[in-house]
Design a protein. Structure first.
Length: 598
């Protein structure tokens, strides 16, 4: 029994909530920093601009008067300081010997782990001539690692304040180092592809059939660029989804029991939850560039999507610009992802509006969507033009495109907007291209003439069998069933277990697929349902589910993931009882369980 006075209990609880809010606010800032860094891969033109953008993003959270990025050349065993901000030194020479006793950066690379040196440690090293240049008061270096290989180091230091950095700053740099490493590697790859493209164009211009060859090279390059962006986006989305699942889940649990809370604390919880939901929307934007965002395909009436897009455009743009849909409801069905197609057509609509505004004749202009039975002669994928695909046209009477702009229109790093324009960052048409071609196996091509307008020719697969969807559940209610939670992320697993217990379920938890399968083998007769993550160490969720099916073909499994990456994972949808897209709300979890248990 707690014998402390009520005021003391209330004060302790208030301090606990304030610490939780502080952690959530820090996590939100970290999320936006990570998003800024990932987005910089697309909005910068070369590695040098990316380095500057990385510094700007980090400097917002922790002012960095002295900062540098050093890249390691494994082949030549050299270190090149490709970016640096320093209060005293204006030159960082290439280091050709990693094992030099006075090379702190080389020490980080050789060890493959962070190095945090305070004033007394630095003073001792200086006595032994183990420091190059002016001796700082504090020094912190973190390796940049990809697939267990060190590709570089990020370092910070301060010359006058020995306590300027703390272990909290070290943890922050470690947290962002993986993403920085991925961003730098992707930018270097994309930049090399750009240079290769210029070299190829010079060669192809002097060869027979140069136009055909150039088109093939451009398409291959476009797909290579989008694959690089996709890999980066999927890595970020996976980490964000796990982080947000825990944050949102715990916030919702806090919001259920608000007794003994001040109004300001309740407001802080509500605001943090709103911010988390906004962060989840950012993740969904990133997922539009991945091979799948975790949802299953379904049969879609294309008219309903276009009608909703045009209705939004009618309410939010100049009414003098006419919006016309020349097809009917229940006439054309495609198989695909409804949210992604909606996003693609919204991008095309906004692109059309901007083109019309640029031309400056809204009263005589229109955007139009219609189906066509004619094959577009310049289509990128003639093999798709058969009875298994529908041909749609998205037309506008805007300013049109020049030949050069048309060539770069789907490039993820290209935008016709001015630098700093908040209406776009050059990803709109790149997302459209990726959604249509990669996520739906279709094709998109541009027919345009400067000052006369543009037609986007879109080919999408005809609807086949209906896609798998999670059934709607009943209202949340207490239940005595036993749920096995298989999730490798501790915070996400704890949140799920606490949520299930709050609804009255019995729970068993496992930290990976191998442990989950072992528990299910021994207790499958007692387990009513399984909450199963897909991406886990030791044994994946897919393999775990396959083995559970061998034990009990009727096992009820709800898949939880925001990161479905291959066909094997997608096939598992057909055998699962339900699916929850991370980050999910706690009521959605209970509804999904009730839908398969009742």
């Amino acid at each position: 029994m707690d014998n402390r006075p009520p005021d003391k209990n209330l004060k302790d609880k208030s301090l606990l909530y304030e610490k939780q809010i502080e952690k959530l606010e820090y996590a939100e800032k970290l999320n936006y920093t990570l998003y800024d860094i990932s987005n910089a891969v697309n909005t910068t033109r070369n590695p040098e601009e990316l380095y500057q953008s990385i510094y700007n993003s980090l400097n917002k959270l922790m002012p960095l008067p002295n900062f540098f990025i050093a890249m390691y050349d494994n082949k030549n065993e050299t270190i090149n300081f490709e970016y640096f901000i320093d209060e005293y030194d204006d030159d960082f020479p290439i280091i050709e010997n990693l094992e030099e006793p006075n090379c702190l950066t080389g020490e980080v690379i050789l060890a493959g782990r962070p190095l945090f040196l305070k004033e007394n440690m630095l003073r001792e090293r200086a006595k032994k001539n183990k420091i190059i240049g002016i001796i700082p008061k504090i020094w912190l270096g973190v390796p940049l690692i990809i697939q267990d290989k060190v590709i570089g180091v990020i370092c910070v230091q301060h010359y006058t304040e020995p306590d300027y950095f703390s272990h909290k700053h070290l943890e922050f740099l470690i947290c962002v180092s993986d993403l920085i490493a991925i961003a730098i590697e992707r930018k270097q790859t994309l930049y090399a592809l750009e240079k290769q493209e210029k070299t190829l164009s010079l060669i192809l211009d002097t060869t027979p059939d140069s136009i055909l060859i150039t088109n093939l090279e451009e398409r291959a390059l476009q797909r290579s660029k989008m694959d690089s962006i996709s890999t980066l986006a999927s890595d970020i989305a996976h980490d964000f989804n796990n982080l947000l699942s825990s944050i949102m889940g715990h916030l919702e649990l806090l919001s259920i029991d608000q007794t003994n809370l001040f109004d300001s604390q309740k407001e802080n919880i509500a605001n943090a939850l709103i911010s988390s939901q906004k962060a989840a929307k950012l993740v969904r934007q990133l997922q539009a560039l991945t091979k799948s965002n975790g949802s299953a395909p379904s049969n879609i009436d294309i008219y309903k999507i276009i009608a909703d897009v045009f209705n939004i455009l009618e309410q939010t743009t100049n009414p003098l610009i006419r919006k016309r849909i020349e097809l009917k409801e229940n006439q054309f069905f495609v198989e695909g992802y409804e949210d992604e197609l909606h996003q693609a057509f919204m991008h095309l609509g906004m692109n059309a509006i901007q083109a019309i505004k640029k031309k400056g004749l809204p009263s005589e202009s229109f955007i139009k969507f219609y189906a066509s039975q004619k094959n577009h002669i310049n289509s990128q994928a003639p093999s798709l033009l058969d009875s298994n695909y529908l041909h749609f046209c998205f037309q506008d009477t805007g300013c049109g495109m020049t030949h050069d702009i048309k060539k770069k229109a789907f490039d993820p790093m290209f935008s016709t907007k001015e630098t700093g324009d908040k209406k776009g960052r050059g990803l709109g048409l790149a997302m459209v291209y990726y959604i249509i071609t990669k996520k739906h196996g279709g094709s998109i091509d541009i027919e345009t003439k400067e000052d006369y307008g543009t037609i986007f020719h879109i080919y999408l697969p005809v609807a086949g069998m209906s896609g798998f969807k999670t059934k709607k559940g009943k209202q949340a209610q207490k239940s005595p069933e036993t749920i096995l939670v298989v999730e490798d992320e501790d915070m996400v697993r704890d949140m799920a277990v606490n949520t299930l217990k709050s609804f009255g379920y019995n729970t068993i938890e496992a930290c990976d697929g191998e442990a989950g399968l072992g528990i299910y083998k021994k207790n499958h007769r007692l387990i009513d349902a399984v909450l199963l993550d897909i991406i886990m160490p030791k044994m994946s969720g897919v393999e775990t589910f396959k083995q559970m099916l061998k034990i009990n073909p009727g096992v009820k499994v709800i898949i939880t993931s925001g990161h479905i990456t291959n066909q094997d994972q997608k096939k598992i949808f057909t055998k699962a009882s339900g699916y929850l897209d991370k980050p999910y709300q706690i009521m959605e979890l209970n509804q999904a369980l009730r839908s398969i248990l009742d």
